[in-house]
Design a protein around this ligand. Structure first.
Ligand SMILES: [Zn+2]
Length: 463
């Protein structure tokens, strides 16, 4: 009897304890649901540029975004608040305890995306609104950055006159650019010709050598441009006269004998050429793809050009040579009566006696002297400011990369290495890697009018 009493007392005690625990849990849960609002999101806002101009990309990252229900991006100037972006989200339930991946948002602020923006300073403000609990609505979390607003592009004042240019040819422009410019030069089709500080003048005085590509017949898109660090861009059209120089055409008969001569030699010296399985496919790969790779290398070489004039006299053609092909020829390649390819020939072919001496067209620095794809044994001389000359198909090389050479100095001997059917020199001039007609650079009067007169004392030219 006594034991049973004790047992029932014990059972009642246990029940009471359980009820207490449950009651406590209910209170905790109720308090939680009433007041707990979930983790606080962390908002970070960053600008890709040091200020606001045309279009400044803004990146927003929100860590712990479980309870975020709305994100607003605004630009604030004085008392004006301009909305940029508003995004709503379905907040996660409070009972969902795991973490959530960060929210990443992108916005663009600038005169093209925000109406009524003014020069001065602006604040980019990001507000993350959070879902509340039963009784409590938490404050939103905000983050902001202050940025200068600059809406006017850099100034451009062209001081040179008579910008006369030929299709496939070069020209010089001299100008002053405003302080804020970080990139200025001439845009010509797909080609960009950077400017350089005028030697002996302040750094706002600039010049650019530029070209109109050999296959461009409409020069109306050529612009002198200057851009500041927030993307404001000034543009000026300045070409006074354009002379078309239509490309010529030619047909090349491709024979097995020719392919057997050139393909194994080029493949043996060009690790980038993978065997395509047969002679014709290998030849076509060389004529198309290796040609493109060589062109890309020339463009890279152009970017590394010295920032000084390494020459003072007109450029020289190969002496006593017969011109067998001129600049800018669109060639159709025919094999067994079928058109198999079309490529552009962008130099002068000059034939003299076999293994004749090939002189440097002008003074400069040898930046390439090796087997070079379709050009075979080749030399490239840098003359400074993006201007370079190329000598192809040589039988032997007499200079090495890094050598300084004088105008007329022997670079090697003519030959028929690379894509060549007979002994000749393939010569071309390059501006920033774009093949341009050498005829202009061979002409002392053209250099005088188109470059020396505009550059004045900066180019110590002695025709
Ligand atoms: Zn050629």
């Amino acid at each position: 009897m006594a034991r049973r009493d004790r047992d029932s007392r014990n059972a009642a005690g246990c029940l009471l304890k359980a009820l207490l625990v449950v009651g406590l849990l209910v209170v905790v849960v109720a308090l939680f649901a009433t007041f707990y609002t979930g983790p606080t999101p962390k908002v970070v806002v960053e600008s890709a540029l040091p200020g606001i101009g045309r279009r400044t990309p803004i990146q927003i990252r929100i860590d712990d975004p479980q309870r975020v229900q709305k994100v607003k991006v605004e630009v604030v100037q004085n008392t004006e608040v301009k909305p940029v972006l508003e995004q709503t989200y379905q907040p996660r339930s409070l009972w969902h305890l795991g973490s959530a991946p960060p929210l990443v948002l992108r916005a663009e602020v600038g005169r093209e995306t925000v109406q009524g923006l003014r020069t001065g300073e602006a604040t980019v403000r990001v507000t993350a609104e959070r879902a509340g609990s039963l009784l409590r609505s938490p404050d939103p979390v905000t983050a902001e950055i202050k940025l200068p607003v600059r809406l006017a592009p850099p100034t451009l004042q062209i001081s040179s006159t008579f910008h006369y240019i030929n299709q496939g040819g070069c020209e010089t422009v001299v100008y002053r650019v405003g302080e804020g410019a970080v990139r200025d030069g001439v845009r010509s089709g797909d080609w960009w010709f950077p400017s350089f500080p005028m030697p002996g003048a302040d750094k706002q005085a600039r010049f650019a050598f530029f070209a109109i590509p050999y296959d461009t017949t409409d020069p109306s898109g050529v612009r002198l441009t200057a851009e500041d660090e927030v993307g404001n861009r000034a543009e000026a059209a300045f070409i006074d006269k354009f002379t078309p120089r239509p490309m010529t055409t030619d047909t090349i008969q491709v024979t097995d004998a020719f392919m057997n001569k050139v393909v194994p030699e080029i493949m043996g010296q060009s690790p980038e050429v993978a065997d395509q399985g047969d002679l014709l496919k290998n030849y076509l790969w060389i004529n198309r793809e290796l040609r493109k790779k060589n062109a890309a290398t020339l463009k890279e070489l152009g970017k590394k050009s010295e920032l000084k004039f390494l020459w003072t006299q007109p450029f020289l053609p190969m002496p006593n040579a017969k011109i067998t092909a001129a600049f800018a020829q669109r060639r159709t390649y025919v094999y067994n009566g079928k058109n198999i390819d079309q490529e552009d020939h962008l130099g002068f072919d000059m034939a003299s006696v076999t293994h004749d001496a090939v002189p440097a067209s002008n003074s400069g620095k040898v930046v390439l002297a090796r087997f070079f794809g379709i050009y075979g044994n080749a030399v490239v001389i840098d003359h400074g400011y993006g201007l370079q000359s190329l000598y192809g198909h040589l039988s032997s090389l007499g200079v090495k990369e890094g050598d300084m050479v004088q105008r007329g100095q022997e670079l090697g001997r003519s030959g028929q290495t690379g894509l060549a059917g007979g002994d000749h020199l393939h010569f071309t001039m390059l501006l920033q890697g774009l093949a341009v007609t050498p005829v202009e650079w061979w002409d002392p009067h053209w250099i005088q009018d188109r470059a020396a007169r505009k550059l004045g004392a900066a180019l110590p030219y002695k025709p």
